[in-house]
Design a protein around this ligand. Structure first.
Ligand code: BG6
Length: 511
């Protein structure tokens, strides 16, 4: 779409600039809009990637007028450290295109009003009939909003060149059956190519770097398989508790909140075969294939291969914190897990026999996400045991956050007259290697959705495969006698999780 010439809002050298469009945010008075979407829009605007014909319509139940909405969004970005003169200037140029529609999602009057506002924006701001609907609402409203968009014909473009897309937040279903039911509703209104299921982990630079590392280099891929890799550890650790999200979290738990989406996506990128081409179909086809190869646990195996646990009171980062059952909105007898550890197998030629150990939890000692490939021991160590006391097997650690980068751990001779070998590390730090500032995950993904690149969004069959892996675990846990361990806040999880690895002669890394 041609952009106006001499347009100070758009960087003429940028490779990708959003086309004129209206971003319709359902859930506009919510936390996600203030904390993630608005800062992302502000950053895109500051990088001059949004055209003048870009507008935002907030929709939510809270009564507000357009000005209240603008003020509220301004305050949200300022609170997060945005603002400044340049930002204010850019912001002012945009807020003329901000509108707000108050109403209930089950009331057709809300959508009638929305339609009017969209038509006005096309007239006044040149948004060209392009729409990106963003469902930043609680999951139970997803089908309600999607159906209403269909009933009000807001799913059809005004003219053949215009696009209509919908971004749907997680969680996509609370199990496989509900995800399929949601898909039925969604597919009755939108074609799959219009549906952008978001998982913000895929927007993280270092998650995308798993693909760069594996497929842009000749040295890693030859050892990325069962012949060289002994086992893989994927850790998504958080130091925070559930905060004010107790009510939501009670119904979710760590398996639904983190494993079904973020962990499965990281696992798919780690295990997939090289795609023939680096496009949405090529990458997503390979990811689905990788998830399909994950062995499904039987009920008995869930009891031996999966550990779930809940945090109790303790100390995290120098602060005393309450136990999960004492958190706001949490049942004092809650059985919801805040920690999961498991051992998975990937049944294909590349990974047969290589255990994948996964763990995620809240209130662990620190926030860290990483993938660690632990390589096999050398077949024969020609040193005396005393010379290699401090030698661990080689490992390649992909640090997804924080300290984004890569570490290679290997053995080196300790300087001195004796021959002693010790593990050392070779580190690559993103921040030191590149001057460019990495975009935030939401910023990247919002621009992708606006320009119509679905590569980093989850296709329907990927969601299905991820639930296929998680469903049997949820089923086994729903039985009354399913064990739930506890761990003290500020520790690396329950002893049961250590035993899961000890059985195989392994230990969790201490990131
Ligand atoms: C969200 C979960 O999807 O991811 C939260 O709902 C979690 O519970 C968050 O805290 C973690 O994201 P990040 O980007 O901080 O690792």
């Amino acid at each position: 779409m041609p952009l106006p010439e001499e347009n100070p809002l758009v960087d003429p050298t940028a490779e990708r600039v959003a086309p004129p469009a209206v971003l319709v945010v359902f859930g506009a008075s919510g936390d996600l809009t203030s904390r993630k979407l608005m800062p992302a829009i502000e950053n895109l605007a500051l990088r001059r990637l949004l055209p003048p014909g870009f507008a935002v319509v907030g929709v939510a139940r809270t009564e507000m007028d357009d000005d209240d909405f603008r003020t509220r969004m301004r305050e949200a970005v300022e609170k997060l450290g945005g603002g400044g003169d340049e930002a204010r200037h850019v912001w002012d140029a945009f807020t003329g295109g901000f509108r707000y529609v108050a109403g209930d999602y089950s009331d057709s009057a809300t959508f009638d009003r929305l339609k009017e506002v969209l038509d006005e924006l096309d007239e006044q701001r040149g948004t060209a009939g392009n729409r990106l609907y963003y469902l930043a609402t609680p999951p139970e409203t997803f089908p309600v909003i999607v159906k209403a968009l269909g009933e009000e014909k807001l799913n059809t473009a005004k003219h053949p060149d215009a696009f209509i897309r919908v971004v749907i937040e997680k969680p996509y279903g609370h199990d496989g059956a509900s995800a399929r039911a949601l898909d039925e509703v969604v597919h009755a209104v939108f074609d799959e190519h219009q549906v952008y299921r978001i998982d913000h982990y895929l927007g993280k630079e270092t998650v995308q770097n798993v693909l760069a590392l594996r497929f842009a280099n000749a040295i890693f891929e030859p050892v990325w398989n069962r012949r060289y890799v002994d086992h893989v550890q994927i850790t998504v650790a958080e130091s925070l508790g559930v905060g004010h999200r107790g009510g939501f979290y009670e119904k979710a738990g760590a398996l639904r909140d983190i494993v079904q989406n973020h962990v499965m996506q990281v696992m798919a990128l780690t295990t997939m075969e090289p795609p023939a081409s680096f496009d949405a179909q090529g990458i997503r086809d390979e990811k689905v294939k990788a998830l399909r190869a994950v062995d499904i646990l039987s009920r008995e195996e869930v009891l031996t291969e999966v550990v779930r646990a809940q945090y109790s009171r303790g100390w995290v980062e120098g602060e005393e914190v309450p136990g999960y059952r004492e958190e706001e909105g949490v049942d004092p007898h809650s059985q919801t897990e805040t920690y999961v550890a498991m051992r998975l197998k990937v049944d294909n030629w590349r990974w047969a026999g290589v255990p994948f150990y996964i763990r995620t939890g809240k209130r662990l000692p620190k926030r860290v996400t990483e993938v660690a490939m632990q390589f096999q021991k050398v077949p024969h160590l020609p040193f005396a045991p005393s010379q290699a006391r401090d030698l661990a097997p080689d490992a390649l650690v992909l640090r997804i956050q924080p300290d984004e980068g890569i570490t290679l751990l290997f053995g080196a001779k300790v300087p001195g007259q004796t021959f002693e070998v010790r593990s050392v590390s070779m580190d690559f730090f993103y921040g030191a290697a590149f001057l460019e500032e990495a975009p935030e995950a939401y910023e990247r993904l919002l621009l992708d959705a606006l320009v119509g690149d679905p590569t980093l969004f989850i296709r329907s069959d990927e969601v299905e495969q991820a639930w296929r892996i998680c469903d049997p675990i949820l089923d086994a846990w729903s039985e009354a006698d399913a064990p739930l361990a506890t761990y003290e806040s500020g520790t690396w999880g329950p002893a049961e999780a250590d035993r899961l690895l000890a059985r195989d002669g392994h230990r969790w890394r201490q990131p």
